[in-house]
Design a protein around this ligand. Structure first.
Ligand code: SAM
Ligand code: SF4
Length: 326
């Protein structure tokens, strides 16, 4: 069991399969020239499986594959199928653009739930945000997942100037589609030019939704990062991920493994320990994992004030989101 000094048990691992991506989302990737990790520094397929097995032996019960874009990794189908042999719930966060090529392997591996990112319902804005003209493909793939019986969560980063106009359209989408919309408060990472004034909080978004809809609060579970709501009679639900305005660190059970094999005990943590080098040297990886978890900070990687209005992005040391694995 991986328990930290605050009594939190860590049983949910997010593995980044690559730092590469076929989109260029402005809030995720530094606008400055992005340097990709060299192949030799990335975990090989076998190394991913060995490390995953070690985590499972330490009590991990759920594994999410992410990136970068996990589906751009050529070995994705094989990695997924082999992870499916472990006694874990498997899931995926994707920009959705390659989903149609992987439906069968997702089913075969027993994946039940997929998170698809979609920040706008407007084709032109989508192009501007992702720098790729792929709105239709993502939309079609989201519908494909629903038709194929997957539980679909749709992640939208709440971008100031955009979400205010679109939040009710997203909620309207849940009338006929059984999707679970999740609005994520904009978070600070290296190179994404975060400022507190760019954050649209859950409370602000909720007010906008309430102007148009009667809503009910749904029950949230212990480790849930999202605060869930529903318009009565609608097929789907919507939720807010309130990392900035009301963090959920007290119930955190998440560990991250970056594509270059570093363990991060927190999304915002600057301390990383190198599992890949240890594995390649034949050292005791379990001990390093335990050490990392034991050093976890109480909240927000110990890097900024829980009052996000006081957070200083210049003082936060971290990677860009694309290199962490969200
Ligand atoms: N490429 C995949 C995708 O886009 O879903 C997986 C990786 S992406 C880094 C994981 C999630 O992080 C996406 O839902 C994305 O919108 C979110 N994300 C990226 N940068 C963010 C930021 N600065 N604040 C909040 N969420 C962010
Ligand atoms: Fe790529 Fe996902 Fe980041 Fe967009 S949010 S650049 S799709 S990793």
């Amino acid at each position: 069991m991986l328990q930290d000094s605050f009594g939190r048990v860590h049983d949910y691992l997010r593995i980044s399969l690559t730092d590469h991506c076929n989109f260029r989302c402005t809030y995720c990737m530094p606008q400055e020239e992005m340097e990709w990790m060299p192949q030799s520094k990335l975990m090989s397929k076998e190394e991913i499986l060995t490390l995953a097995e070690t985590f499972v032996g330490l009590g991990v019960k759920k594994i999410r594959l992410t990136g970068g874009e996990p589906l751009v990794r050529k070995e994705f189908p094989e990695i997924l199928e082999r992870l499916a042999a472990f006694p874990v719930e498997l899931t995926l966060t994707t920009n959705g653009v390659l989903i149609h090529k992987h439906i069968e392997v997702l089913k075969k591996a027993g994946v039940r739930s997929v998170n698809v990112s979609l920040d706008t319902l407007n084709r032109e804005k989508f192009l501007k945000l992702t720098r790729r003209d792929q709105f239709d493909r993502v939309w079609e793939n989201m519908l494909l997942l629903l038709r194929e019986g997957f539980r679909v969560k749709v992640n939208a980063v709440a971008l100031h100037g955009l979400i205010e106009e679109e939040i009710c359209d997203f909620v309207a989408m849940t009338e006929r589609l059984p999707i679970h919309m999740r609005f994520i408060e904009f978070m600070p990472f290296a190179g994404n030019h975060w400022q507190s004034k760019k954050v649209v909080t859950a409370a602000q978004m909720l007010d906008l939704v309430k102007e148009k809809y009667e809503i009910v609060k749904l029950e949230d579970k212990k480790h849930d990062t999202a605060k869930k709501y529903k318009v009565p009679g609608f097929e789907g639900t919507f939720a807010f991920i309130t990392t900035m305005s009301e963090n959920f660190c007290a119930g955190c059970n998440r560990i991250r493994l970056t594509a270059d094999g570093k363990i991060k005990n927190c999304l915002f943590g600057k301390e990383e320990l190198d599992l890949l080098i240890a594995l390649r040297r034949g050292e005791n990886v379990e001990e390093i994992i335990r050490l990392s978890i034991s050093r976890k900070h109480k909240a927000l990687g110990g890097q900024f004030d829980p009052d996000y209005l006081k957070a200083n992005p210049e003082a936060i040391e971290n990677r860009s989101m694309i290199k962490i694995g969200g």
